[in-house]
Design a protein. Structure first.
Length: 255
């Protein structure tokens, strides 16, 4: 009898867990749909201020690659929103206060400026945007509150969007899928250097936690990485990884 009761309890707990998971999934889908609807409304109400923006709004330019290959300067984030379906994520560059100096990593880095009136806090954050198909952008924002800082970072990331080349270049992989970098590339930011090395299918992302976010967002599934310098500076780590990805568009970067 006890074994049957335990089995029933386990089944009830499993059902509850399934219901919770389904509710979370429905909430995420609903939030994504709301974001998409808000973005469409913003694009419809958008009044371009630049020549490039007017051309995009009129439908003369229908592909973001036309802009990037022509080295045209993007000054309005709505241009990118109109041409590419982007996802966004925040990088954990800050740390929350914890006991004995410890604490969890978080997306907001807080600083304070002392004045005669008291301490004035400032929040800074770093955002990445991408479509998982070769387009990636990185930006940072700073404000007196968290949400404006996030919005600034995402806006800058859209304005800094680039296209990278992907391929299959590992010596022990001969597929035709674009799952890694086409050759060895290296990027630098401050004292930190990041080297990205092609890897065969099934390897996964052999990289740091925050660097994985950048690689996933651009559509890379398999890669080896090597870092040197002050690795704990996440801000420079992402910038160095971004600069390394930028080098995939030039064959001069082959090592």
């Amino acid at each position: 009898m006890r074994s049957k009761e335990k089995i029933k309890e386990i089944e009830d707990e499993t059902k509850k867990m399934i219901q919770i998971a389904e509710a979370i999934k429905e909430k995420e889908v609903l939030e994504e749909a709301m974001k998409t609807a808000e973005q469409k409304e913003r694009i419809v109400a958008w009044e371009p201020k630049t020549k490039l923006g007017r051309e995009v709004k009129a439908g003369k330019i229908k592909n973001i690659d036309e802009i990037l290959e022509g080295n045209k300067k993007i000054l309005e984030p709505e241009i990118v929103d109109s041409l590419v379906n982007l996802k966004s994520d925040l990088i954990s560059i800050g740390q929350s206060k914890g006991k004995f100096g410890g604490g969890k990593r978080r997306a907001w880095r807080q600083t304070q400026r002392k004045t005669e009136e008291g301490n004035i806090p400032t929040f800074s954050t770093m955002a990445i945007v991408g479509d998982e198909k070769g387009h990636i952008g990185v930006g940072d924002g700073k404000a007196k509150e968290t949400l404006p800082a996030r919005d600034k970072a995402i806006r800058k990331a859209k304005l800094n969007i680039i296209k990278i080349n992907r391929g299959c270049a590992s010596f022990d992989c001969s597929c035709l899928e674009k799952h890694t970098v086409p050759f060895v590339v290296e990027g630098k930011s401050g004292s930190l250097r990041v080297k990205l090395i092609p890897a065969p299918q099934g390897t996964g992302l052999v990289a740091g936690g925050e660097l994985k976010k950048l690689l996933r967002m651009v559509g890379i599934k398999d890669i080896y990485s090597r870092t040197s310098g002050k690795k704990r500076t996440t801000f420079n780590l992402i910038k160095a990884g971004f600069n390394a990805l930028r080098e995939t568009t030039s064959r001069e970067s082959i090592k």
